[in-house]
Write a protein that binds this ligand. Structure first.
Ligand code: DGY
Length: 325
């Protein structure tokens, strides 16, 4: 379970990682792994942390954003196996002198692929189509029903034009979509793949047959897709979210999907996941995935290695590449 070595840093790894990542962690550190992958409670993490120098944790750990003040003094670094870090209170870490790193870059393509899957799946009825085949209801199909919505040539608005937003733009350009985006600052034209910049989120919404959420969850973006924002979308718009669930106001989205004001939604992320708002389960016009954005072996392995690169750099006394503090 652990690789001994008195002079090696002691690292607590909260979830089971890809085998190559675990092998490297065990060789590089005195690593406590989680071979059964049983999710650890906050109390278990805090208690185990006392005999470790660093944590390799994930955004799937349910530790609450305020666990950093409770960490023992031994913890000097937290490497999160995620690009998102809304599960960590960075100012609290800074105040305690704890270094925090994340894994940008290596999950961009996988996450943008999932955004396109959500977009296509929501528009073309991947969820209900799959159910019809499994339930032996093919005979119900006619030339006029059921039907999905066109994607090619439609307008796509991207909220958040960072790495993943740009990768979504690149893919959507291949579908001949007319691209729009909103982010804090405009990107270089080549990185936007011809997308039109909207300084205000509200100004972009009327141009979105599709809206893809690709921004980070921050105090500014939490709940930004609310009833008012939805009212500015065209009739029959489709919303996809591969970023974080709390960017969406669930009540507003569910009301719009139930009434038919929005045509469909594709969601890989949910507020409070894995406990999702149960009303999503009974909606026919949603395509739901269990936070699979980075879930490919190559991507998960690259994320794990990035965490170890950052931990190794830190313990060598160097500046980790993906520093958040
Ligand atoms: C990320 O890296 O932030 C993904 O959403 C997985 O947590």
């Amino acid at each position: 379970m652990a690789a001994a070595g008195p002079d090696k840093p002691r690292i607590l790894v909260t979830r089971k990682m890809m085998p190559d990542v675990e092998r490297r962690a065990a060789a590089a550190f005195h690593a406590t792994l989680n071979p059964d992958d049983r999710p650890m409670t906050l109390a278990e993490v805090l208690s185990a942390a006392a005999s470790h120098d660093g944590l390799l944790l994930t955004s799937f750990d349910k530790l609450g954003p305020d666990f950093i003040p409770a960490l023992p003094a031994s913890i000097r670094i937290i490497a999160t196996h995620s690009v998102g870090y809304d599960h960590l209170n960075i100012p609290q870490a800074k105040a305690r002198g704890i270094t925090v790193t994340n894994t940008p870059g290596v999950l961009t393509d996988a996450t943008a692929d999932i955004a396109m899957l959500l977009l296509l799946g929501a528009a073309r009825g991947a969820s209900w189509g799959d159910r019809m085949v499994r339930e032996n209801r093919w005979g119900e199909t006619t030339l006029i029903a059921p039907m999905g919505f066109d994607v090619s040539g439609k307008r796509l608005g991207i909220l958040g034009m960072g790495r993943i937003g740009q990768a979504v733009a690149k893919r959507a350009a291949g579908f001949g979509m007319e691209l729009h985006y909103h982010s804090r600052n405009p990107v270089a034209p080549a990185d936007g793949f011809g997308a039109t910049y909207h300084q205000r989120f509200e100004d972009m919404l009327p141009h979105c047959d599709f809206l893809s959420i690709n921004c980070a969850s921050t105090p500014e973006t939490r709940g930004i897709l609310n009833a008012r924002a939805i009212s500015l979308l065209p009739e029959d718009a489709i919303v996809v979210n591969s970023a974080r669930g709390d960017i969406v106001d669930d009540d507003a989205l569910i009301a719009a999907l139930s009434s038919g004001r929005l045509a469909a939604a594709g969601l890989d992320v949910f507020k409070g996941e894995p406990q999702i708002d149960p009303r999503y389960r009974s909606l026919e016009n949603v395509f739901l995935l269990p936070h699979l954005g980075s879930a490919t072996p190559g991507t998960r392995s690259a994320m794990g290695h990035k965490c170890i690169d950052n931990l190794e750099a830190f313990f060598r006394g160097e500046r980790p590449t993906d520093l958040l503090t």
